[in-house]
Design a protein around this ligand. Sequence first.
Ligand code: SAM
Length: 284
Amino acid sequence: MKHNERSMTPAPYSDTVFNDDALAGLARIPDASIDLIIADPPYSLGKDYGNESDKRSDADYLQWMEKWVDAALPKLKSNGSFYIFLTWRFAPEIFVMLKQRLQMVNEIIWDRRVPSMGGSVRSFTSVHDTIGFFVKGKGYYFDLDSVRIPYDAETKKARSRSLFVGAKWLEVGYNPKDLWSVSRVHKCDPERADHPTQKPLEIIDRMIYASCPPGGMVLDPFMGSGTTAVSARRCGRHFVGFELNPDYCDIIRARLQTPYAQRMENNNQPSEPVRPKVPKKISA
Ligand SMILES: C[S@@+](CC[C@H](N)C(=O)[O-])C[C@H]1O[C@@H](n2cnc3c(N)ncnc32)[C@H](O)[C@@H]1O
């Protein structure tokens, strides 16, 4: 991080979600002041967010994506990171655009754990979202230990060969892979808010622990139901963001009062299956 990038006094916009257009809001954020940007823009699939934001033509959509990206990136510190949620339909074009501006670290596949129920008869059923993880430069902040996945007792026992004894990865857990298998937030889930594309807290928590230092600042230009705000608060980070729909801003305010937004210990217990159980062989 450059010497002049650290500020000890909380910014006036800290822990605020503005009912505003992202482009207008970003103009008020100082350059090089943000540790992590988590962006979950409309996917251009025609969803109803109470506005026309997801109903652009393909060309308009790609142009708009470039416009807000160019307004957002100067806000990142030199060791900052940028995650973006996308659909496979536009990820190729948007990754090319982003790779001209940032270094790409990962393409993460979010497997939404959609149950198998019919689906298209002319294609394979799409059950994932694409997440791009980009950074400004080589010295980016990344706290792997805070997101390691602990091995269960059975796996530890299975790796008891002397070669592995004392191996750090066996004791502290492994590095999450680039396939994140986390259930989407069901209508009956207590975490669920009244928003059509709410993301699971588990996913955003992992991004924040890994890519924003404690006490740092996370920016989300498209807050939706406020998952990034809730996650930042419970992980001990600050947040700022924008949302066009005033009803969603009310939802965010309400979510920030729930137990989900209470400061929590990082217990690294992901819901994804750690290791599939191998069925016991039946003796003949
Ligand atoms: C995919 S959703 C975000 C969902 C969010 N990550 C969550 O977990 O709830 C995108 C949101 O961006 C909002 N939006 C669309 N265009 C916007 C703009 N120009 N400025 C600010 N918000 C915008 C939409 O109203 C919608 O709520």
